[in-house]
Design a protein around this ligand. Structure first.
Ligand code: SAM
Length: 248
């Protein structure tokens, strides 16, 4: 099984829970060795707490392990996009390459694959073009990372057949959503198609139903919706919004 490294970001929460379980275990061991009788009960309570935390930490580390990806959401997007016929595919907001890896099995080897991101290491530790390229390569994809802003794409008009925007738009400030979608419209020209996979979220400060919000934004940028679906999020009660749209 291929092992990926998507940056420190994805390990941070897991490190925290492993560290707190280890800390409790050390404390329990210290109480047991240093003090007797009254402290034995405390040591036992600490040991029970540490075991429970340990089990939770282990399940966090492994669900899913941070060196793998959950493919189902990218498979759902890929199944709705004409990736097999695409000559040039843009993954906007590719980050450390998770979505590139997810789309890789669906892309023809002849396609030019661009992964664009701001690659701001201060927001996601480890976010860098080299990491995106390396993870894509492990997945068998020769992707070209491009450093740039989604609201001002350094890409020629009409040069892309298919654009994927996976879990990126909600990260942008509300005022940048329309300019970003207009940029996607510009680069994919009249025959292109875009696939938006979004968390059930709206940008900060926007109080609206995510499905209606993303649909409206896409329409306002000059697209017509071809499909609008919900995809269950594994281990959660909510769903991704999945939108396929073509320029009008
Ligand atoms: C949650 S990550 C999603 C990464 C990947 N597409 C995935 O599905 O896992 C969001 C990414 O959007 C990028 N991003 C945020 N604002 C951006 C902008 N204005 N232009 C391009 N990328 C941006 C971030 O750097 C980050 O890598």
């Amino acid at each position: 099984m291929a092992a990926y490294y998507f940056g420190v970001y994805h390990w941070r929460r897991r490190f925290r829970s492993v560290a707190s379980a280890t800390g409790m275990m050390c404390l329990a061991a210290l109480f047991r060795r240093r003090w007797s009788l009254g402290s034995t009960a405390l040591a036992a309570a600490l040991a029970i707490g540490a075991t429970a935390r340990g089990i939770r930490a282990l399940s966090r580390v492994l669900s899913p392990p941070p060196w793998t990806i959950e493919r189902y959401k990218y498979n759902a997007l890929a199944a709705r996009l004409p990736l097999g016929e695409s000559e040039c595919v843009l993954d906007v907001g590719c980050g450390t390459g998770r979505s590139l890896v997810g789309l890789a099995p669906h892309l023809p080897s002849s396609a030019t694959v661009l992964g664009l991101d701001v690659f701001d290491d201060r927001v996601i530790l480890g976010n860098a073009p080299g990491l995106a390229r390396r993870n894509a390569a492990i997945a068998g994809l020769d992707a070209m990372p491009i450093e740039g802003d989604g609201t001002c794409l350094p890409i020629a008009s009409g040069s892309v057949d298919t654009v994927a925007a996976c879990r990126v738009l909600h990260d942008l400030p509300a005022a940048s959503i329309d300019p970003a979608l207009r940029e996607l419209h510009r680069v994919c020209g009249t025959d292109g198609v875009i696939g938006v996979l979004e968390l059930p979220l709206t940008p900060e400060g926007v109080d609206a139903d995510p499905e209606s919000y993303w649909r409206e934004r896409v329409l306002d940028a000059g697209f017509e919706t071809e499909r609008l679906d919900r995809v269950d999020r594994r281990g959660r009660d909510d769903q991704y919004v999945l939108l396929i749209a073509r320029p009008t």
